[in-house]
Design a binder for this molecule. Structure first.
Ligand code: DMJ
Length: 701
């Protein structure tokens, strides 16, 4: 309550107001001072406290503002565009769109002419090309170190770097150092964290700092984008120089040897089971359907490994049974099992594989019995029932839109339209759905409503990736007639260019970030590395030239995701540096350091080499194969995923060989090194997302 004194003060103030007219402010100032002096001590303290508080708030908001000006905080896409604008990279206003490019001779004529003018209008310019690799400064490091420039691959092998173990199969003699500490190291959990759970997404400067000193051999190579800051790229590039100058090696044969080694482990410890656990010399089961065996069938055929193929064929014929009370994931079993059986049927002409494909296809059909006809994620192939995951009625967008190549092909081969009809209904619905952002799709779709859910997050990585891949590939599979697929694909690529493309601050590496409620998160899954290959495939088939430019830029980035790691192997997820010009390009969060032997980068290298014939793509693939051999090969047979690509002394084997290592990674490496462009010609086949080639339909189909 107010004290009597305070009441006096109020009456004085009122008197002052009446005299304001002729004091011209001076009196007003005096009055303020008097008012201040007449306040109680408590009141003055409170006011001072309030002022101090406001002052501190002011300082804080000023510093965050300046951070934004410096680009240190999460910037909205709009703000990024302001920056692009400043660099002269503004999107061209619609009225000034360039004319559609003239038809490329040859393939482009296949696109219906009435569709082209509408579709061929790349409206968003690409980011500028990264600078060419610099030559090293002439004097760098002691001369003795510079002499090591002519290091050869065999020299690198002998320099004491860790080798997983001694070959037990009579193959090339390797060192017996087992670099992984301890025999069995606990597998790390996957890291598909929700954005909110991931914590800090934009790195601090320390995240992009150099953690350890340069190794001598790194200093001497001098081929990196930025010598000071990319020692791992540098080391990798030292290897690259060595690769270029090494004696001719039959690289395709080296892939065959790797396959034999992987198969040896699978045969010895996991025969007929889903996956090999090469360290513990046992197996793991996912669906209990011999996943690795089926995924590897067409790889063996393509690699010309007839004996191994015959053994596997016999198992499929006599042991493989789909009459099992087991829940399988619709997407995974479609791309691996149905896709693998169909492609093997095509390559061999053996109808046994088609019969099996038909059987698994029909057992998967209950998944489509939902209120919306958007399929459930899981099917019990024995009981004929389907259901969503326990915690939701949503399905993943990539999963429901990446089963079309296989089911359409099954209908074509069997004459039974039910497969094609079911998956094309999904395509039609997704095509018409609201909630896309410049052609980019959210990650989830509800099986009851048929609508996108959890909108606002857009990625080319997990849960959305193969949606984009299958738009293009279905269009190719069907003979370039289904123009809605092409429209959706072209619009999506424009959406990527407009919303997700960024370049790192140090070396201007182009990457595809993620959009989360309007904010760009500068992270990219290794899964996104399918994109350079898909873009190149589109460009080869008459789509705009800037798709190929983007493919080249992203291919470089995907390669750097390997080259800048200490093991020469990519992490599962990379965070890119948008802020600190003198730091590293790539940071890896502790939860993302694993490598699962994934194929996407070597897949894209294969496409890039086929279309450009640039040998550097083969050299990059060769280095990656050698890193797999060095850090993931298990002496007793098989390869293992690892937990830490940043630690060459302890890469932390996770004791699992995923089926896609044989189904995809080694197949794409072999095709990359093969000198026969007709071996699975890209004008005759489309690869499904598990690397199983399916024929492009003849025009009469
Ligand atoms: C494979 O099963 C397929 O390539 C899929 O599209 C993505 N994930 C794995 C490989 O990384």
């Amino acid at each position: 309550m107010f004290s009597p004194q305070r009441k006096d003060f109020v009456s004085l103030t009122l008197g002052d107001q009446y005299s304001r007219g002729y004091t011209n402010g001076k009196h007003r100032r005096q009055s303020c001072w008097r008012k201040w002096k007449q306040l109680s001590r408590l009141q003055r303290s409170l006011i001072l406290l309030l002022l101090a508080f406001l002052f501190i708030c002011g300082i804080l908001s000023f510093s965050s503002l300046t951070e934004q000006w410096r680009g240190l905080s999460d910037r909205s896409v709009k703000e990024d565009w302001v920056e692009m604008d400043n660099r002269g990279l503004r999107p061209i206003p619609p009225g000034l769109l360039p004319k559609p490019p003239a038809a490329v001779p040859g393939v482009i004529q296949d696109i219906p002419s009435e569709v082209l003018p509408k579709l061929h209008r790349p409206s968003v310019p690409l980011l500028p090309k990264p600078p060419a690799m610099r030559k090293p400064p002439s004097k760098r490091g002691p001369p003795t170190l510079q002499k090591r420039l002519n290091v050869t691959v065999s020299h690198l092998k002998d320099r004491g770097d860790p080798v997983v173990g001694k070959e037990a199969d009579g193959g090339t003699e390797a060192k017996t150092v087992i670099s992984w500490r301890g025999a069995m190291i606990e597998a790390e959990k996957g890291t598909e964290l929700q954005p909110s759970a991931r914590g800090k997404e934009v790195g601090t400067q320390a995240d992009f700092d150099e953690p350890t000193p340069l190794r001598p051999e790194s200093r001497s190579c001098g081929l990196s984008l930025n010598d000071k800051n990319h020692r791992h790229s540098c080391r990798f590039n030292a290897c690259l120089m060595a690769v270029v100058s090494e004696k001719p090696v039959d690289r395709a044969e080296a892939v065959r040897e790797a396959f034999r080694h992987a198969w040896k482990g699978y045969k010895a410890f996991a025969w007929g089971h889903d996956e090999l656990k090469p360290i513990s010399k046992t197996h793991s089961e996912w669906f209990g359907l011999g996943l690795t065996m089926i995924d590897a069938l067409d790889t063996m055929w393509i690699l010309g490994m007839k004996d191994e193929f015959e053994e596997a064929r016999k198992w499929v014929q006599t042991e493989l049974s789909f009459s099992k009370n087991v829940d399988v994931n619709l997407f995974e079993s479609t791309i691996r099992i149905l896709g693998g059986l169909l492609s093997t049927h095509h390559l061999t002409g053996d109808t046994m594989f088609l019969d099996k494909a038909n059987e698994i296809g029909s057992r998967l059909m209950p998944a489509f019995k939902t209120p919306s006809k958007i399929p459930f994620s899981d099917v019990n192939i024995g009981k004929g029932t389907a259901h969503p995951p326990r915690w939701t009625t949503d399905s993943t967008v990539a999963e429901v839109t990446s089963i079309q190549l296989e089911f359409r092909e099954l209908s074509r081969l069997t004459g039974d339209p039910q497969y094609k009809e079911a998956v094309e209904e999904v395509t039609k619905q997704v095509h018409n759905l609201e909630g896309k952002h410049d052609g980019l799709v959210p990650m989830f779709i509800n099986t009851n409503s048929g609508k996108f859910t959890r909108r606002g997050a857009f990625t080319l990585g997990a849960r959305a990736d193969s949606y984009y891949e299958y738009l293009l590939k279905q269009w190719l599979q069907g003979g370039k007639k289904e123009t809605e697929l092409l429209e959706d694909y072209l619009q999506a690529i424009e959406g990527v260019k407009k919303n997700l493309l960024k370049q790192t601050s140090p070396s201007k590496l182009t990457f595809v970030g993620e959009l989360s409620n309007g904010r760009l998160n500068p992270k990219m899954d290794h899964l996104v590395c399918f994109l350079p290959g898909t873009l190149a495939l589109g460009a080869h088939n008459g789509l705009p030239d800037d798709h190929m430019d983007l493919a080249r830029q992203l291919m470089e980035t995907c390669y750097q995701m390997y080259a800048q790691m200490e093991t020469g192997l990519s992490p599962e997820i990379a965070h890119f540096n948008l802020q600190y010009p003198s730091g590293r390009d790539i940071d890896v969060k502790p939860a993302d350091r694993h490598n699962l032997l994934r194929p996407e980068t070597v897949e894209s290298l294969f496409y890039m080499y086929r279309f450009t014939k640039d040998e550097k793509y083969r050299d990059w693939g060769w280095l990656i194969l050698q890193s797999f051999n060095k850090y993931t090969r298990v002496p007793s047979g098989g390869y293992t995923s690892i937990g830490n690509v940043r630690d060459p002394d302890n890469p932390v084997p996770r004791d699992k060989m995923e089926s896609f290592f044989l189904g995809e990674t080694l197949k794409y490496l072999f095709l990359l090194f093969s000198n026969d462009p007709e071996l699975i010609s890209l004008d005759k086949y489309v690869f499904n997302t598990e690397a199983h080639p399916l024929p492009i339909w003849p025009s009469t189909s």
